[in-house]
Design a protein around this ligand. Structure first.
Ligand code: CP
Length: 330
């Protein structure tokens, strides 16, 4: 479960239906009874970690939470590495040992924001996949955050049913560059689910080109539109879903100071506020969290009835139970 790239709409729909059955108590099965699942975090987390631990427990299983370099050894992932530096264990042993205990391994490994061309290939996540014979679940890599995007699609489905919506993914100013896995995966999943998608960002903050091409092709097959604009005001007009996220410019990977200097001009304009929301078609407000209040979104918006961010976070639990049941329930 690396991304939704190869999933059909009907496969995504089936996961959403399964998640709703878990959420509403119509499915209380325990497909993980007597089994353990490892969740490996190279980076911090609240939602992903807590919802995976709780979800595995609710499916009858046991979560083994590991933090390389913290509660477990530092990890090398490069093939042929001469390990005379600060890395103690290789992913080759780490994975093959873990799968003697666990039926699946979840991995969180963010972009380091140093070299996009390398990081977009998700080398650490793929090292896990290379050595594993059990399912690997992406808990956010440099390129993708499928558990988040599927929870997002579940949230839109809950609020609006299966109807096509005008969905706006908007960049927002943040004091430092952030990874782009969430917007990449959201854009792809929105197209896969047949929504008209508008992506608003300042020039220079384009999402991954290959991912965008895949999303365009999916949108064309689905008969929906995918528009990219540098005009945040125009983007909000008529929107039914506003999804805010900040991300770093690919061109400035390895040069954080230049990104910070460049983005300074967008601080006052690229924020989700009451004025912009008032020009939407009663849009809901979404964000994956954590979010910086009065930076990405004003208190007035995130505390309004339009905000569904807590439902969205709750849905991480239900969709991940659906993913785990699908991967491991057989
Ligand atoms: N949205 C999300 O993945 O949250 P965490 O980083 O807290 O896990």
């Amino acid at each position: 479960m690396i991304s939704t790239t190869d999933m059909t709409r009907s496969q995504i729909e089936a996961l959403l239906e399964s998640a709703l059955r878990f959420k509403h108590g119509d499915d209380v099965s325990k497909p993980l009874a007597g089994k353990s699942v490892a969740v490996v975090f190279f980076n911090p987390s609240l939602r992903t970690r807590a919802s995976m631990q709780v979800g595995i427990y609710e499916l009858g299983g046991n979560a083994v939470v590991l933090e390389p370099g913290g509660t477990s050894w530092t990890l090398e992932h490069r093939v042929g590495a001469v390990m005379d530096g600060d890395k103690t264990e290789h992913v080759a042993e780490f994975v093959r040992v873990l799968e003697r205990y666990c039926v699946a391994i979840g991995v969180r490994t963010f972009a380091a924001l140093k070299d996009w061309q390398e990081e977009r290939t998700d080398p650490i996540l793929n090292a896990f996949a290379r050595y594993a014979s059990v399912p690997i679940i992406n808990l956010e890599s440099a390129m993708h955050h499928p558990c988040q995007s599927l929870a997002d699609m579940l949230t839109i489905r809950e609020k609006f049913g299966a109807a096509k919506k005008r969905v706006v993914l908007t960049w927002a100013w943040h004091p430092k560059p952030l990874p782009m896995a969430v917007p990449n995966s959201f854009a792809l999943a929105a197209a896969q689910m047949g929504h008209d998608l508008v992506i608003a960002h300042p020039a220079g903050y384009e999402l991954d080109e290959e991912l965008m091409e895949a999303s365009r092709q999916v949108a064309a097959v689905s008969g929906v539109s995918l528009e990219i604009t540098n005009d945040i005001d125009a983007a909000f007009s008529g929107a039914e879903v506003i999804y805010a996220k900040s991300w770093g410019a690919k061109q400035f990977y390895g040069n954080t100071d230049q990104d910070i200097a460049t983005r300074a001009q967008y601080r006052s304009k690229w924020i989700v506020d009451e004025e912009k929301m008032s020009r939407t078609n009663n849009a809901i407000f979404m964000h994956c969290l954590p979010v910086r209040r009065n930076v990405i979104v004003t208190d007035g918006v995130i505390d309004s009835a339009a905000s569904v961010v807590i439902d969205e976070a709750e849905n991480r639990l239900h969709i991940q139970k659906a993913i785990l049941a699908k991967l491991l329930g057989g």
